[in-house]
Write a protein that binds this ligand. Structure first.
Ligand code: SR1
Ligand code: MG
Length: 407
């Protein structure tokens, strides 16, 4: 597919040609253009003028940036992202960036520049505590779980939206990288030599494979809501309201993996990424921070549950969806989040697209963080049948990560 890529040199002309952008940034007075795309897929520019206005331009490349042109990828993912941001924003604009423009010829999204925000993963790696963000992300998942499911959206409208939101290419990335390849290496997996045995045991664990089969099935068949689809801590921007720490604000971004999928997948992604930070923190001996990171699991769940409970009175069909249904859904979503989190943490250890939390550790201590995380994923799966309380999850994570600490 042929289309022109943006460059630092061409963005001014691009903005000039789009009234939705030129009304926000003065293309004749641009003072800085930064390419900040540190994700795996896209080009991202922050463009600012000398009057203090700025905008973000995000362009989908026709391939996976992490790998290069050898891995082609549909640029129509930009359309999925723009639509998901708009729909999610309609429930609570404070939790996602505002979209100003979607350019279907060049697959560009023009959106709000979150200039005083930063990526949560980086902030957590630095040991900063952005309070309330985990709860806000639970609230975000709760809003989309209610608002885009048949609980909150007219059933006919919801079916049309579901059809429009089909996102097969991006879903395939997840199906392969998250559920399949950790147990079936096609040459994209890698670990430290000292972790090869751990990765092998993880890959060969028949109970884990069975659970991942179930998780993959759920991911591919359970079209509950228009989920974010890749809600790790690198997909969350955070800003402290007062000073460096204390109550913060946050926004979920990078929604190109959005599709009608299981609500528990987004929750599980958050839980897994809190846990990956805890693995890092344990390895570094930052035990207090590790405990704080694990406490976010509960905070996200509470934010989610509170939102769903508060919306449930407004459900569109009360004939058979009564109070019991709410309790059943919450139990199932918790179980799903538990299962998906195991998949989401182990893929970041053995598969393609690892996370800085663990990867940036010195090898001598990374061994323990990787081993602990893989064993934790397997233990969580093994324990699912006897407990799914969040307290148990956090206790299992605490105990397992400390047990495998090296040095
Ligand atoms: C090829 S894309 C690799 C990963 O980056 C994204 O953030 C998703 O997690 C995907 O699996
Ligand atoms: Mg991303």
């Amino acid at each position: 597919m042929e289309y022109e890529f943006l460059s630092a040199e061409s963005v001014a002309d691009y903005i000039r040609s789009k009234p939705e952008l030129s009304s926000r940034v003065n293309a004749d007075r641009i003072t800085s253009v930064q390419e900040v795309g540190d994700g795996n897929l896209n080009l991202v520019f922050i463009v600012a003028d000398n009057l203090g206005s700025s905008v973000v331009l995000k362009q989908a490349l026709p391939y996976v940036r992490l790998v290069g042109p050898d891995w082609p990828m549909t640029p129509f993912r930009a359309q999925k992202e723009a639509e998901a941001l708009r729909i999610h924003g309609s429930f609570n604009q404070s939790l996602v960036p505002e979209v100003f423009l979607y350019d279907s010829d060049r697959f560009v999204i023009g959106m709000e520049n979150l200039s005083n925000y930063r990526v949560w993963r980086g902030a957590m790696i630095e040991g900063l505590r952005h309070e309330c963000v985990a709860s806000q992300m639970g609230e975000y998942v709760g809003e989309l779980a209610f608002g885009t499911s048949v609980l909150g959206m007219d059933a006919e409208k919801q079916k049309r939206l579901m059809a429009d939101s089909i996102n097969p290419e991006l879903c395939k990335i997840t199906e392969d990288l998250v559920f399949t390849e950790p147990h079936n290496d096609i040459g994209r997996n890698s670990v430290l030599k000292e972790n090869e045995k751990d990765a092998q045991e993880h890959a060969n664990d028949v109970d884990m494979i069975r659970a991942m089969g179930e998780a993959k099935w759920k991911f591919m068949t359970s079209a509950e809501a228009l989920i974010h689809g890749d809600l790790h801590t690198g997909s969350v921007m955070v800003a402290a309201n007062n000073g460096i720490e204390g109550p913060s604000v946050s926004k979920a971004f990078d929604s190109e993996f959005a599709f009608y999928g299981p609500v528990g997948f987004d929750l599980g992604a958050l839980w897994a990424n809190y846990t990956l930070n805890a693995a890092r923190s344990v390895a570094l001996g930052n035990d207090d921070y590790a405990d704080w990171a694990l406490s976010l699991i509960n905070e996200t769940w509470v934010g989610f549950e509170k939102t769903i409970r508060s919306r449930y009175d407004n459900r569109l069909d009360k004939r058979v969806w009564r109070e019991g249904m709410l309790e059943d859904r919450l139990s199932q979503w918790k179980l799903d989040a538990w299962l998906f989190s195991a998949a989401k943490m182990s893929r970041r250890i053995v598969g393609l697209a690892k996370v800085a939390d663990v990867e940036q550790l010195e090898p001598s201590i990374r061994i323990g963080a990787a081993r602990g995380t893989l064993n934790l994923a397997r233990t969580l799966v093994a324990r699912m049948s006897d407990t799914t309380s969040i307290e148990s999850y956090m206790a299992i994570a605490h105990e397992t990560l400390h047990r495998y600490k090296t040095v």
